[in-house]
Ligand binder design. Structure first.
Ligand SMILES: [Zn+2]
Length: 359
């Protein structure tokens, strides 16, 4: 156990986080997951950091939520924002981003068994497709390359001699790639496979994402809602506002067409402070979105949620969150330990990780 886990474990062992939570019943806790998988399984070549928990850990986390929180659906949150409903004390909302298949195969049965609602934000251009998100494509190249050093676009000369150092370089590259326009990014991504001398087979990503039959099956259950997460996953402040608007509208329209249910929620790709803006929020509002989620850390007071319905905070979770860390993150108290966590994050990945902010 590393130093941060030890620090977070102590108060959890003595139950410090529980009273903190209990005196804050008017806080909304929104959890953000991506994938429920085993990142250490043989042949796991997609980006590990997008794994939020193993199925076993996820089940434990859901048990904890069921015991100590009132898990609500996003429809209840929207009713609250419309002034048509109140929120129960200690409300929690479970969210997933992107639309990976394991949301259906691994997470859904665990949620269904406990009757816990959740919302999945779909990047609709990938649903039912076998193409890779650029982070999973680059991850494949790093996983299979025989090279130990390279001169890469965006970050220059780099080398690695084991898996952790290789992962560090991968995350550094993905962080750098986020800052370049999409068209240029595609060019750089193609260069990576050439430089690392890895050919990515067409079937490498078969079945990685949900298809529309699985989306409809979960939607029909009444337990799982779906929200928009754009069509192609651009950072919405890095594309012209007309394109941002199209990405939101088209993602929403496609989900409505496939499920027959109105979409009222959006999650901003990447979700950091710089990844959404007033014009983007307005574009979402104009598209008929009623609540939008960032990845700035929560939890948040109900009054603040009502005030900032287009930047609702979420708690980003990853597989390296041990159970005490999970409890600490949910309590909100752990945000005081942000310095420890930043150090921890740097030791894990060499940089703040790829896809979403950490706390
Ligand atoms: Zn995403």
């Amino acid at each position: 156990m590393n130093a941060v886990n030890a620090v977070l474990n102590l108060p959890a062992q003595f139950g410090v986080y529980n009273p903190v939570r209990l005196v804050n019943p008017g806080m909304l806790t929104v959890l953000n997951y991506h994938r429920i998988e085993d990142p250490h399984a043989p042949g796991f070549h997609t980006l590990k950091i997008n794994v939020s928990a193993t199925p076993e850990e996820f089940a434990l986390q859901m048990d904890y939520l069921k015991e100590y929180y009132h898990v609500i659906g996003c429809d209840t949150l929207v009713s609250f924002l419309r002034g048509e409903a109140t929120l129960p004390s200690r409300a929690a909302l479970i969210t997933f981003d992107d639309g990976y298949y394991d949301n259906y195969s691994n997470a859904y049965p665990i949620l269904a068994e406990r009757e816990l609602p959740a919302i999945i934000f779909l990047t609709t251009g990938y649903i039912g497709e076998s193409k890779a998100f650029y982070w999973d494509y680059v991850s494949y190249c790093f996983y299979y390359t025989a090279k130990k050093s390279a001169h890469l676009p965006l970050i220059g000369d780099c080398s690695w001699d084991d898996e952790p150092s290789r992962e560090q370089v991968l995350h550094r590259w993905i962080e750098a790639a986020k800052l370049v326009p999409d068209t240029q990014k595609k060019e750089y991504v193609n260069q990576i496979s050439a430089i690392l001398e890895v050919e990515v087979p067409e079937q490498a990503y078969e079945g990685l994402y949900l298809n529309w039959d699985q989306v409809r099956a979960m939607s029909r259950s009444g337990l799982i809602e779906f929200g928009a997460h754009t069509v192609t996953h651009p950072i919405l402040t890095r594309v012209p506002i007309e394109q941002a608007s199209f990405e939101i509208c088209e993602s929403k329209r496609r989900i409505e067409e496939e499920t027959g249910k109105v979409v009222t929620a959006l999650a901003y790709p990447n979700g950091g402070q710089a990844d959404f803006s007033q014009p983007v929020m307005q574009a979402a509002r104009d598209a008929g979105i009623e609540v939008a989620f960032s990845l700035l850390p929560g939890p948040t007071r109900y009054s603040t949620v009502r005030k900032n319905a287009f930047s609702v905070r979420r708690i980003f979770l990853s597989y390296y969150d041990t159970f005490p860390r999970f409890v600490a993150k949910l309590s909100g108290l752990a945000r005081l330990l942000i310095l420890f966590c930043l150090i921890d994050c740097l030791t894990h990945f060499g940089a703040v990780q790829n896809h979403c902010v950490w706390w």
